[in-house]
Design a binder for this molecule. Structure first.
Ligand SMILES: [Fe+2]
Length: 154
């Protein structure tokens, strides 16, 4: 296994940490696939999953930031758009027959170490203050409602 999810990757916001964990799963999936014959099907699955997952996760995360009154939401939103654009361009290259497994692996690791551990960490305090202040019951209601709204599969 290339990476093992652990406290070092956590922001301390449970619902977000659970979503971020999937990036580590994708990194490990790709690590197994790189250089393997017939890996293209597996790479395609990761790519299509990623497009769906990132759209859902980003809109959920942005809704949470907005609800918490995070002041750098616009900036953060454009980082998310850039990442989606990047994934979609890799998907197009994959569909043209290019082996993108290694490039995708590098993009995801950079995203984990740069975006999740630095740019996401910047909103953590404000979101945690909101989470601590709203009360367990209302928070649960907000989370459930927004998981349903932003994640098609849930
Ligand atoms: Fe983010």
């Amino acid at each position: 296994m290339r990476l093992v999810w652990g406290p070092a990757y956590e922001l301390g916001i449970l619902v977000i940490d659970q979503q971020h964990k999937r990036i580590v799963d994708y990194i490990n999936d790709l690590d197994r696939l790189v250089g393997q014959p017939g890996a293209q099907l597996g790479v395609a699955r990761v790519l299509y999953d990623l497009v769906d997952y990132t759209e859902s996760h980003f809109s959920f995360e942005e809704a949470l930031m907005e609800r918490a009154g995070y002041d750098k939401l616009d900036d953060h939103h454009s980082q998310h758009r850039k990442f989606i654009f990047h994934i979609e361009s890799l998907l197009r290259r994959h569909e043209e027959g290019v082996d993108v497994a290694e490039s995708l692996l590098r993009v995801l690791e950079k995203w984990l170490f740069h975006h999740i551990l630095e740019e996401d960490r910047a909103y953590t305090q404000q979101v945690r203050d909101f989470v601590d202040g709203i009360g367990r019951e209302r928070l649960g209601g907000w989370v459930n409602e927004n998981l349903r709204k932003h994640f098609r599969m849930m």
